[in-house]
Design a protein around this ligand. Sequence first.
Ligand SMILES: NC(=O)c1ccc[n+]([C@@H]2O[C@H](COP(=O)([O-])OP(=O)(O)OC[C@H]3O[C@@H](n4cnc5c(N)ncnc54)[C@H](O)[C@@H]3O)[C@@H](O)[C@H]2O)c1
Length: 459
Amino acid sequence: MEHRTQSIAVVGNGYVGTVVSACFAELGHHVIGLENDPTRLEALRSGQVPFYEPGLGERLQAGLSSGRLVFTDDVKEAMDHSDVVFLCVNTPSGPDGRADMHAVEVALRSIAATIERHHILVTKSTVPIGTAPWLATLVEDSLPEELLAEAAFSVVSNPEFLREGTAVNDFLHPDRVVLGSDDPAALETVASLYRPILDQSFPEGDPGHRPSLVRTSLATAETVKYASNAFLAAKISFINEIANISEMVGADVTEVALAMGLDPRIGSRFLEAGIGWGGSCFGKDLDALVATAEEHGYEPSLLRAVVSVNRRQRGTIVEKIRRELKGLRGRRIGLLGLAFKSGTDDLRDSPAIDVAHRLISEGAVVTAFDPMVKEVAGMPGLRIADDAFAVAVRAQALVVATDWPDFLSLDLPALLASMRGDLFVDGRNLFDPLAVIEAGFRYEGVGRVAPALDHSLQS
Ligand SMILES: NC(=O)c1ccc[n+]([C@@H]2O[C@H](COP(=O)([O-])OP(=O)(O)OC[C@H]3O[C@@H](n4cnc5c(N)ncnc54)[C@H](O)[C@@H]3O)[C@@H](O)[C@H]2O)c1
């Protein structure tokens, strides 16, 4: 398959769209990014990434200076300057758990109103299984008669698997590229666009690790995304359940997970016990998959359990703090971390925020520090500190809520010295319990029994 440079429009330049725009421009394609949020658009045009994502700023600026990347809020301009349109708009959870397709629908209607020649419409947003025929009908119904006869568009599903925090690397070095379509020519055009990634033939490519290209049907491509996220969430809920049992029987879940993971059928990744999974995708994608199953009259009991174990896990940490502090009302608690995971400033469905909410609603005074989060909208009760030491001052407990590796270099004895209490709750099993105990803390992890200090070794 040849590699031709293409003209691409990327509709919606948030966490996913900005990576897609900047990386495709880096690979030599001409990219026009359509963004309708004026603040985001302004930032992107001036080379600023409106959120924290390592390595993206440099690529955005390189794309803008090369002239291969431009941003607009004019859909006609985007359609005039593209042959392939990647839909990267938001698809949040609706009140009933179904994906809210409002942004997709608005984007599609505006595309249909401005389309003048054949385009390939690629869904990169995570859209419910069965979206492709809905999308095709919606666009078709908005087209003028003369374009209908010409088959003005083709549809390709291209789910995205990038993770925030490593998004650029994930996009440029994916494990697989999944393309679904019932139009083989359109599918091959989109595949040719990915050719430098598939061959790892770009300057930073790694030809020793070429991703697989999966060519499949629209429904299968849409399902792969939901099945992958549901499986990853299930892996975490599974090890959290084992963590809770480990605590009862005196086992250490980190060692259980390590030994389990040595079996290649299981694998060690995502077997990390803690306060549960979160982020913008797992919860909403599981809810949407449950809703799809229900629509078809199927009871998805395993998927429901994955969600309920996760909800309970966030509460388990609050229970632990309550138990150890003999109550929560008026207790001063320092929270280390707010983002849903390290490497990002994304707070969407963050377990750390959920834990903070629960603690505050029970009367605790919570001060938090996160290296990348300086404010939290809608939580006036949450105090945000400028550094980790400020959260420790007069606190009865410190709680690790996000797995930022930076926390590992904190001076634990110095933190303890400014506290009123000595409780250290490691909600991410980030620390070596012995190091925490040696610093003078009482340690509580997830699924691990705190080791006793061997005083014979102390001078
Ligand atoms: N964030 C992730 O890690 C991730 C990973 C894989 C897939 N996804 C999926 O990708 C999609 C986008 O996710 P995100 O996190 O980038 O969302 P986001 O909210 O960060 O970005 C969406 C962007 O689209 C813009 N937008 C909405 N409607 C528009 C329109 N009509 N015209 C122009 N711009 C429009 C919004 O202003 C926003 O900037 C979702 O379906 C999500 O499930 C996300």
